[in-house]
Design a protein around this ligand. Structure first.
Ligand code: SF4
Length: 372
């Protein structure tokens, strides 16, 4: 199985916290789409005819593209790649782009899942983040989306400096009241070179409180469990059978092809990443060149990549996949098993709720070194 990701690098306005690659100028939209089609052709053998189980249009804001452009991109993918007729095909959409007309066009193009960037149901929080939509638009967009799609996910952000636990509970309760099959919830992170980082540095915004974020994450796990959602990855919760297949491709170490500026690819032995610049991306493809850098992964890097992704899932690390590294990992994990942050049985090793608060640190501790 394999996945394909298409990066659409345009947004209406810049959210203060965002460090993804995007441009707020739509001027080069047509050339960029042409370049995406050229890259699809150049990369048609990358996945070596493995059937595509998932296609994901992300960004940026792919819902800004006209419906016919989305249709052109998807039919090009289907012509060039082995394609599972049951494939999950997701479009990332912002609430203000969700209209009946757009939903009809997306459905006709083959989209069968929406991932909607709600982030918050509070206008005050949305303004603080500089989102381009209001809470009323979110509710209206979701109401329309539900008429066309069963498979809907929304993103929410917690741990904003001015957001207390009650405000966070109101957001989650609203999402649960809408009976959505999938939720992705992220702690606000302050990324370098974002306006958020600058505003905190200039004392215009209060800093993020990691303790409050941990508390809100613990509350989130409790509420979602009570509501019957499976916490299948640190940031992701799903009702039965509604787990995102696209995310699972990444977490299970399956191969994926990323098309578009800043997109990453992985084919089992090397990682590849495209230039994060729209003009350079377009120029390079117009000359028939792939604007990508490649890194061949050593066996140790492959093992660490597996540890890093698997430990974030509720299935955890499969011990037999560690091979000769098993004794070393078990020895290092012993101190976390003692504190109850890591759980282990004969087949696998996974994180408890408390362990999930420290997932990255525990993963790093379990990594192998090249010279070991
Ligand atoms: S809409 Fe999404 S990609 Fe665009 S700036 Fe906001 S968070 Fe970033």
């Amino acid at each position: 199985m394999a996945g394909l990701y298409l990066h659409i690098p345009f947004c209406k306005q810049a959210c203060h916290y965002c460090n993804f690659h995007f441009s707020t100028s739509l001027r080069s939209q047509n050339e960029l789409v042409e370049a995406l089609l050229l890259e699809l052709e150049l990369q048609k053998d990358y996945l070596q005819r493995q059937p595509l189980l998932t296609i994901y249009l992300g960004g940026g804001t792919p819902s800004l593209l006209p419906g016919e452009t989305i249709s052109t991109l998807l039919s090009n993918i289907k012509q060039r790649h082995w394609y599972d007729t049951e494939a999950e095909i997701t479009l990332e959409a912002n609430p203000d782009d969700i209209t009946e007309e757009n939903c009809q066009a997306w459905q006709a193009a083959g989209i069968n899942r929406l991932s909607i960037g709600i982030q918050s149901f509070s206008d005050k929080e949305l303004r603080w983040m500089n989102r381009a939509h209001t809470a009323a638009q979110s509710l209206q967009g979701l109401q329309i989306a539900k008429q066309f799609f069963d498979n809907i996910s929304i993103d929410l952000i917690y741990g904003l400096p001015e957001q207390d636990n009650t405000a966070w509970e109101v957001n989650v309760a609203q999402a649960l009241a809408l009976q959505l099959p999938h939720l992705s919830c992220y702690a606000l992170t302050v990324e370098p070179k974002t306006l958020l980082e600058k505003k905190i540095r200039n004392k215009q915004y209060s800093p993020v409180d990691p303790e409050k974020q941990s508390e809100q994450f613990m509350l989130l796990m409790q509420w979602m469990e009570q509501a019957g959602y499976r916490h299948y990855e640190i940031s992701n919760f799903a009702l039965p059978t509604k787990e995102s297949r696209h995310n699972s491709v990444y977490w299970q170490g399956a191969h994926y092809l990323g098309i578009g500026p800043s997109a990453h690819s992985y084919n089992g032995y090397s990682r590849q990443w495209n230039v994060s610049n729209n003009a350079l991306y377009i120029q390079s493809l117009q000359q028939g060149l792939l604007p990508a850098e490649t890194e061949v992964l050593t066996p140790v890097q492959q093992r660490n990549e597996y540890i890093m992704t698997a430990i974030r899932t509720d299935q955890g690390i499969e011990l037999k996949k560690l091979g000769t590294d098993l004794a070393r990992v078990e020895k290092t994990a012993a101190r976390y098993i003692e504190t109850g942050q890591v759980l282990i049985n004969a087949e696998r090793l996974w994180l408890s709720k408390e362990g999930k608060l420290l997932a990255d640190g525990i993963a790093a501790a379990l990594f192998a070194n090249e010279d070991e």
